[in-house]
Design a protein around this ligand. Structure first.
Ligand SMILES: [Zn+2]
Length: 135
């Protein structure tokens, strides 16, 4: 996930405006930290941050000149959206893995409720039916 905070930082750091080189360095560090904190929070719980792009922008906007702020916000939005998409895809993949059920029926004729083996459609108890089902 931290490729996203890095990317935001790398694209925005040249726009950071501070009165002295020392302050410039400090501002860069703060921007990087803010980016990493946000991405960390997103990865932990995507629902936790209501508007992650705006939240990060609000936190770091003071390090940029007024003229660059629209550009900075656009960069943040782009990468935060990409990070959110990745998290959403991961969540969906996990959910579909968890909801997968064995395709066989029990002796009573009800659907088997056990989990299939990874990459299979049958659970360990019904795995022996795979050759029959495949025919
Ligand atoms: Zn089964």
């Amino acid at each position: 996930m931290y490729q996203y905070s890095r990317a935001i930082y790398l694209e925005t750091r040249d726009f950071i405006s501070a009165p002295s080189p020392d302050q410039q360095l400090q501002a860069q560090r703060r921007v990087l930290n803010a980016c990493e904190r946000l991405v960390g929070r997103l990865a932990e719980d995507p629902q936790y941050v209501a508007d992650p792009a705006r939240s990060l922008f609000t936190e770091i906007r003071s390090y940029f000149s007024i003229n660059d702020q629209a550009r900075i916000y656009a960069i943040i939005q782009r990468y935060v959206a990409a990070a959110a998409r990745l998290l959403e895809e991961e969540a969906q993949r996990k959910a579909s893995e968890e909801s997968a059920r064995c395709q066989a029926q029990t002796r009573k004729g009800t659907p088997c409720r056990r989990k299939p083996l990874p990459g299979r459609t049958l659970c360990p108890s019904h795995e022996h039916l795979a050759s029959i089902v495949a025919v």
